[in-house]
Design a protein around this ligand. Structure first.
Ligand code: THU
Length: 136
């Protein structure tokens, strides 16, 4: 299986673990890190609705816990095309770069590909906090 097919497959299979009793909207996400390792996560909802977490947040937390530090690519699996919410675009930005690829897939096919820069143009990231960007 190619790296990409393995990434899609990880996002599809973790989607089956989603805890989404309120929205009934199950999402799976998988991240390919700088060492070609995969990390996955699903949405975990909560009776206190705002406390629920997105699949992408879970996959990124798993990557960090597993020692990965850079997102080469991320796949989001849903019933149809699911694109990361605004907060998750910023989460991906922390560990990605403009060329990081974000794939939307369903159970059968790959639906659409974006670069992170398309999803979050003119973004604010870790570089903006370095001395060079802050001026004298
Ligand atoms: N959700 C994700 O997990 N990822 C996305 O990219 C979009 C939305 C979740 C959050 C919530 O549990 C459910 O989908 C409905 O918004």
């Amino acid at each position: 299986m190619s790296d990409l097919e393995a990434l899609f497959s990880a996002a599809r299979s973790v989607r089956r673990q989603a805890y989404a009793p309120y929205s009934h909207f199950s999402v799976g996400a998988a991240v390919l890190d700088e060492n070609a390792r995969l990390h996955s996560g699903c949405n975990v909802e909560n009776a206190a609705y705002p406390v629920g977490t997105c699949a992408e947040a879970g996959a990124i937390a798993a990557m960090i816990a597993g020692g990965g530090r850079h997102i080469r690519a991320l796949a989001v699996a849903g019933d149809s095309l699911v694109t990361p919410c605004g907060a998750c675009r910023q989460r991906i930005r922390e560990f990605g770069d403009a060329t990081t690829l974000v794939y939307g897939v369903d159970d059968r096919t790959h639906l659409k590909t974006f670069t992170l820069d398309e999803l979050l143009p003119d973004s604010f990231g870790p570089d903006n906090l370095t001395r060079e960007h802050r001026g004298p």
